[in-house]
Design a protein around this ligand. Structure first.
Ligand SMILES: C[S@@+](CC[C@H](N)C(=O)[O-])C[C@H]1O[C@@H](n2cnc3c(N)ncnc32)[C@H](O)[C@@H]1O
Length: 259
């Protein structure tokens, strides 16, 4: 994970009413803070009255987490359900108990929310404090919505820490059924198919280099399976064993390691 430099990331606020919160976050994470119109960095974590957002000032793109509207709300209404490839990958099957999922690379929480929509209790682990702050803000706003609260009633708890640390601490009594990994994958070039969310995350985080290590530990701690999301055509992670099963959907492959 990249450490954000002052050139890459600063903290800003849209209105003086958010100045205190923005300054507190900036000082905790050793980042510069200024009103939005004075921001000079490539990205800025911007506090507004409505939401916390990352603005890509070079490309004029904004990223925030919305569990109720946007693409996630749309997917829940029209594209969710047990027939999704991701549902099969985590082992959801008619007549079988719904698994608990530890999403150890939670990112913006999109896949986590899909698991919650499928009825799974979900634990989210995200190591970047910036990304975790966006998700925390998304959860807080969505919690005012009855449908979100109902969807996540089995559990939807976010931890801002490293997956290795979190997974190491799992004991026999609190093993999740499934550990899910979706690490940042290095893109060869800036392509139009890379969604704007991912473009901003790639700038902020770079790519993840420790996933093989996380996978090895996850295999010791998951009760039923570990699922790794990869771009279609990407090599398997090199851990000395191959996945038990592979599921493919448009552009994506899920490598499933059954315990
Ligand atoms: C591709 S994004 C995940 C996207 C996510 N599946 C979603 O649906 O929004 C990968 C995320 O995993 C996080 N991550 C990678 N390795 C991690 C680790 N060892 N511990 C915690 N978080 C990690 C990165 O910081 C990044 O936010």
């Amino acid at each position: 994970m990249k450490t954000p430099t002052p050139q890459l990331l600063s903290v800003s606020y849209a209105h003086p009413a958010q100045k205190k919160a923005a300054e507190a976050f900036a000082s905790e994470h050793d980042l510069a803070c200024q009103p939005l119109h004075k921001a000079q960095s490539e990205l800025t974590l911007n506090f507004t009255e409505m939401q916390l957002e990352i603005i890509d000032l070079q490309n004029n793109m904004t990223l925030s987490v919305d569990f109720v509207g946007g693409s996630l709300g749309h997917r829940k209404k029209f594209g969710g359900g047990k027939g999704q490839t991701i549902a099969k990958a985590i082992g959801i099957k008619q007549g079988k108990p719904i698994p608990s999922v530890l999403d150890a690379t939670a990112g913006l929480g999109k896949d986590s929310y899909v698991f919650a929509c499928l009825g799974c209790p979900v634990t989210l682990v995200e190591r970047s404090p910036i990304v975790a702050a966006l998700v925390k803000d998304g959860i807080e706003r969505a919690s005012l919505n009855i449908e979100f609260s109902d969807t996540t009633k089995q559990g939807f708890k976010l931890h801002n820490c490293d997956a290795l640390e979190y997974i190491h601490a799992i004991t026999e009594d609190n093993k999740p059924d499934v550990i899910y990994l979706d690490p940042m994958y290095p893109e060869k070039k800036k392509s139009a198919s890379v969604k704007k969310n991912m473009q901003i995350l790639q700038k902020l985080l770079g790519h993840d280099l420790d996933t093989e290590e996380v996978l090895k530990v996850a295999l010791e701690k998951a009760d039923k399976r570990v699922v790794v999301k990869r771009p279609k055509g990407a090599p398997e992670l090199q851990i000395g064993r191959s996945p038990t099963l592979k599921y493919e959907s448009k552009g994506t492959r899920y490598d499933v390691y059954v315990i």
